[in-house]
Design a protein around this ligand. Structure first.
Ligand code: C2E
Ligand code: MG
Ligand code: MG
Ligand code: MG
Length: 283
């Protein structure tokens, strides 16, 4: 099958487009053992409801703790995708995110939701629906508390297969979001056809409105598109008060970014939840 052959031969090259660096080759070899060596962990970045300022969820973000060094996802996710390791790693992420979140929901008595990133490779590999169902079952997390983030690239490669899988995921009761919306493909046609519930405005659009000097029209338009299609919308990469204000003034649903909280390990996130509960109790 030509498509598969093409994919299995593509490799990660250095920034200069030449052969992979020694570092990449070494990382690739070690990534195979990262799971069994317990070197992978999740950080959680809080998501806030724009209207109420309440903490409503978290995005689970994968980290690799390798010999005292935290390797960036920007470096190892492409390797994991290229080697296919993202499939077992992604299954671990789902299981871990659901278990952690359900434990927090129980301990803190909050209706917390969790968003998990899904690679195009996981969508194509088959078995994703079963993997998600088993993560929900094992953790006891209600399906409506799980959100899967897919990128546009996963959806355009084989739109019919993607639509089928998304339909099955939706039948499980989980919600679906398009991550990094608006970059790359800019096809609005699939938005109408795919059963997605939410879009996440790409950080580049948010970066353009860091201050009042930025042009707010694109962000406004994206919020309007989501709402006219009866979808929710998340602004990510919120770093300045101006950006947050803009999202709020235009009725954006959820905000996420360094201004509100960077991705943090589970101990720190638990403290944030405890604080949120005390605020709620005092209200
Ligand atoms: P993403 O899903 O778009 O995640 C958001 C990224 O933006 C995260 O980078 C987060 O740390 C960063 N971020 C959050 N707030 C801000 C902000 O205010 N300003 C700026 N400049 N950045 C912010 P991170 O954790 O390095 O992850 C990078 C990408 O790696 C993710 O982008 C996602 O595509 C991928 N990724 C991370 N975890 C997983 C995973 O478990 N599975 C898969 N398939 N991909 C993952
Ligand atoms: Mg994401
Ligand atoms: Mg994103
Ligand atoms: Mg991204």
């Amino acid at each position: 099958h030509a498509k598969e052959a093409g994919r299995s031969t593509y490799r990660v090259y250095g920034p200069d487009g030449r052969a992979p660096s020694v570092r990449l080759l070494r990382l690739e070899a070690e990534l195979h053992r990262a799971l069994e060596r317990d070197e992978l962990l999740l950080h959680f970045q809080p998501q806030f409801d724009c209207a109420s300022d309440r903490l409503v969820g978290a995005e689970a973000l994968l980290r690799w703790h390798r010999e005292g060094e935290l390797v960036s996802p920007a470096e190892f996710i492409p390797l994991a995708e290229e080697t296919g390791l993202i499939v077992p790693i992604g299954a671990w992420v789902l299981r871990c995110a659901c278990t952690r979140t359900q434990a927090w929901r129980r301990t803190h008595g909050v209706p917390l939701r969790v968003a998990v990133n899904i690679s195009p490779r996981q969508l194509e590999a088959g078995g994703l629906v079963e993997t998600v169902a088993s993560a929900l079952q094992a953790s006891g997390l209600p399906p409506e508390a799980l959100e899967l983030e897919l990128t546009e690239s996963a959806l355009v490669r084989d739109p019919q297969a993607a639509a089928r899988t998304l339909g099955e995921l939706r039948s499980l009761g989980v919600s679906l979001a398009i991550d990094d919306f608006g970059v790359g493909y800019s096809s609005f046609a699939y938005l109408r056809e795919l059963p997605v519930h939410k879009i996440k405005i790409d950080r580049s659009f948010m970066a353009a409105v860091r201050t009042a000097q930025g042009d707010p029209r694109l962000v406004r338009a994206l919020i309007a598109i989501a709402h006219s299609l009866e979808m929710g919308i998340v602004g990510e990469g919120v770093e300045t008060p101006h950006q947050l204000q803009l999202l709020k003034a235009n009725g954006c649903d959820i905000a996420q970014g360094y201004l509100l909280g960077a991705p943090m390990d589970e101990t720190v996130f638990a403290r944030l939840l405890e604080g949120a509960r005390q605020v709620a109790a005092a209200e």
